[in-house]
Design a protein around this ligand. Structure first.
Ligand SMILES: Cc1cc2nc3c(=O)[nH]c(=O)nc-3n(C[C@H](O)[C@H](O)[C@H](O)COP(=O)(O)OP(=O)(O)OC[C@H]3O[C@@H](n4cnc5c(N)ncnc54)[C@H](O)[C@@H]3O)c2cc1C
Length: 298
């Protein structure tokens, strides 16, 4: 594969054609530190930071609770699938500028043919692209800075922060919450499992010792975690895998990377239903009961 010397040529040309970002046209207000305060430096926060710059809105601050860039966002942490679920052609943080797109970035490094070959974007490549996006566009991020409370203060907001563990208050006119999965609530472990020893229960948001599952029977609670589990531990290392879900969704397609036999049970119980602890709600048993009822009525 022939690589161009300047991998960022298209991106540079795009910025060149756009011209310099306009100067900040938002008048300063006494007592207000930031025009816009962006919470979260994942793909959403960085895309907003760039868009605001291009719109001539200055004094924008981006914070992230993560200690550094590798810990921010989901892609190198809780997301464990090999490829993104979303099609590779979906618009990303490039904001309509093809030279800043994943495709331009990928083709410059791996070639156009390679881009045609991939059906979906490999997760780690997406993480690399986002890191490049942030660095190339020089989006400054204050890592190790967590927003803990927002307080209305006249025409603006007082933002209660923890900077490397130290409390601090800053003010902003507007706040953009780009805090991703953390913004949708925290990790939830059902009460019945909470007191189990840590080696027996794990949440997908944390580290999981997959090698330790080899040869064991594993119960996966909820369908969503399927997407963050690599197929190998699920179907090969673990002796038996059982998927439990609160809702019956028989029409739901299996995740694209699901391989091997997976027995789907549907139960409200939080205990491994490998032996159908939650018989009352088990789909297969419900079917058996329905057949028996039909036979006894006939
Ligand atoms: C397992 C998994 C798989 C996924 N697969 C896909 C997929 O294939 N395709 C897809 O489009 N989407 C997928 N998603 C959704 C994915 O999370 C989003 O598309 C994407 O990460 C959203 O980016 P974001 O910047 O909004 O949030 P995130 O990437 O989650 O970033 C949010 C940032 O906010 C920071 N933050 C949170 N709270 C605070 C706070 N109080 N103070 C300061 N900083 C804070 C966090 O540290 C984090 O860095 C997946 C999600 C998960 C969990």
């Amino acid at each position: 594969m022939t690589q161009t010397a300047d991998l960022d040529r298209d991106a540079r040309r795009t910025l060149d054609l756009l011209g310099p970002a306009p100067d900040n046209w938002v008048p300063d207000r006494p007592g207000v530190d930031h025009n816009v305060f962006i919470v979260g430096a994942g793909q959403t926060g960085c895309a907003f930071a760039f868009a605001l710059r291009r719109a001539g809105i200055g004094r924008v601050s981006v914070i992230d609770a993560a200690a550094d860039a590798t810990k921010a966002g989901v892609w190198l942490n809780r997301a464990r699938m090999n490829k993104l679920r979303t099609p590779k052609t979906l618009v990303g943080p490039e904001g309509g500028l093809p030279g800043l797109s994943f495709r331009a970035w990928y083709e410059a490094r791996f070639g156009a043919a390679s881009y045609q070959d991939i059906d979906r974007i490999p997760r780690e490549r997406w993480a690399e692209y986002l890191a490049w996006y942030r660095e190339f566009l020089e989006i400054p991020v204050r890592y190790g800075t967590r927003l803990v409370r927002i307080e209305p203060k006249g025409t603006h907001f007082a933002l209660h922060l923890e900077v490397d563990g130290v409390a601090r208050v800053e003010t902003a006119r507007k706040v953009l919450l780009c805090n991703g999965v953390a913004g949708n609530g925290g990790a939830f472990v059902p009460a019945v499992l909470k007191n189990l020893p840590p080696q027996l229960v794990a949440h997908t948001s944390g580290a999981i010792d997959f090698a330790a599952l080899r040869g064991k029977s594993v119960a996966v609670l909820g369908e969503r975690p399927l997407r963050s589990m690599p197929p190998r531990p699920r179907s090969k290392q673990a002796q038996r895998t059982c998927i439990c879900s609160r809702a019956v969704r028989r029409s739901r397609p299996r995740p694209y990377h699901a391989r091997g036999p997976i027995r789907a049970h549907t139960t409200t119980t939080s205990i491994c239903p490998m032996r159908c602890v939650g018989r009352r709600r088990c789909v297969s048993n419900a079917r058996v009961r329905r057949r028996r009822r039909i036979r006894s009525n006939a």
